[in-house]
Design a protein around this ligand. Structure first.
Ligand code: 0PR
Length: 365
């Protein structure tokens, strides 16, 4: 550290130089995050110093966390679901596996995860000492459910389905997975980190949530399509009792036990997540999602007109193409298979899509 502190103005010009090196979201087509909704930013600023790690000190903020869980539980068709605000999909996925592992004691536990599963499952398996069994995908990048039965055995503690895959934006056949989970008596976790805030607002929602009786837990991230500030995730469980297996004693805190992974936890991004849900309501979210889906369709149509076929027709606003080039000045990403991948987040407006298509067509000129 410096021996003598830096004057404020000098400090802030330094910070602002660093900030200027960041890319603006304007030309970022590769991110599952988006600038926070204005009400999220305003709420975040109001709750800056709140700590959900010691909820007795912040009962108002703690009540907002319960409201978030109630709202997202209702969205997942189980208003009485248990849950808490995590730092994002990674923490939710780790915690879901911790619960599953506690519920089935076995010597060499394994989990059955689609090949499309997010890399956070690898981290979870490493931490928890779980063998990961990968389920192949079908031609449309959805989990091949016919392969699941053969991978599940007596040591399988959890089965995973993804609602809105990271790379191709498809929803796994979760109705079938739910049947398998019930039949084989395996804990079923749904990773809806991205799709959880998209699929319920589609014209024709695809079943993936607690309405399916085999689903035990769901991860859903307000800091992705929920337009909240970072970090804001949520882990929901069918029965709040599931969390009791994770409890540790916290004798000197205002609450005597905790089941969360993090200790000190931000209340600001939780207030921000609640703010967006309350401000937009179902109607507002439907409009946001309809816009993103429309832009994804326009992008796919435009790219195909230029001769770059879609890799798949997505269920959510992730568009992928067989295209190995990209115009300068744009951030796109690539799937493991090499397809161009664009997430039509709210900041990727119709104008942005048209500008990108214009630059793509100039590539050929
Ligand atoms: N599950 C799914 C289905 C995800 O897509 C992601 C993240 C996670 C879990 C993990 O969530 P957290 O990152 O919140 O822990 N998917 C994005 C991805 O890996 C995350 C991301 C967001 C990456 C913005 C880059 C970026 O600019 O693509």
């Amino acid at each position: 550290m410096r021996e003598v502190g830096c004057p404020e103005e000098e400090l802030f010009s330094f910070l602002s130089l660093s900030r200027q090196e960041d890319l603006g979201y304007q030309n970022i087509l590769s991110s599952m995050c988006t600038p926070p909704h204005p009400v999220a930013a305003r709420a975040h600023a109001m709750f800056l110093e709140t700590n959900l790690g010691d909820p007795g000190l912040f009962p108002g903020t703690a009540a907002l966390e319960r409201l978030l869980v109630r709202r997202l539980g209702a969205l997942m068709h189980l208003p009485e679901a248990g849950g808490y605000a995590t730092s994002g999909g990674t923490e939710s996925n780790i915690q879901a596996f911790r619960i599953a592992k506690k519920r089935k004691r076995t010597r060499s536990p394994n989990v059955v995860v689609p090949e499309s599963g997010h890399f956070s499952f690898q981290k979870a398996c490493d931490i928890l000492g779980l063998e990961i069994r990968t389920v192949p995908l079908d031609a449309e990048f959805r989990m091949d459910v016919d392969a699941v039965d053969g991978l599940v055995d007596n040591n399988t503690i959890a089965l995973v389905g993804v609602a809105g895959t990271t790379e191709y934006g498809v929803v796994d056949p979760i109705t079938r997975l739910s049947e398998i989970a019930l039949d084989r008596e395996v804990f079923l976790h749904i990773d809806a980190a991205f799709g959880g805030m998209v699929v319920p607002f589609l014209d024709r929602p695809i079943p993936f949530d607690f309405r399916l009786p085999g689903v035990n837990s769901i991860s859903i991230d307000p800091h992705k399509m929920g337009m909240s500030t970072i970090p804001a995730g949520c882990l929901l469980v069918r029965d709040p009792e599931y969390f009791s297996s994770l409890n540790v004693d916290t004798p000197y805190l205002t609450v005597k036990q905790e089941y969360t992974l993090a200790g000190t936890r931000p209340g600001a991004s939780v207030a921000a997540a609640v703010a967006v849900l309350e401000y937009l309501g179902m109607d507002g979210m439907r409009a946001v999602v309809a816009g993103c889906m429309e832009n994804a369709r326009r992008l796919i149509e435009g790219m195909e007109t230029l001769g770059y076929p879609r890799a798949v027709t997505p269920d959510v606003n992730v568009a992928t193409f067989s295209c190995d080039r990209a115009p300068a000045g744009w951030r796109v990403s690539r799937t493991r298979a090499g397809d161009m991948r664009i997430i039509c987040m709210p900041h990727v407006t119709r104008d942005v899509v048209e500008a990108f298509l214009g630059d793509m067509s100039d590539l050929d000129a």
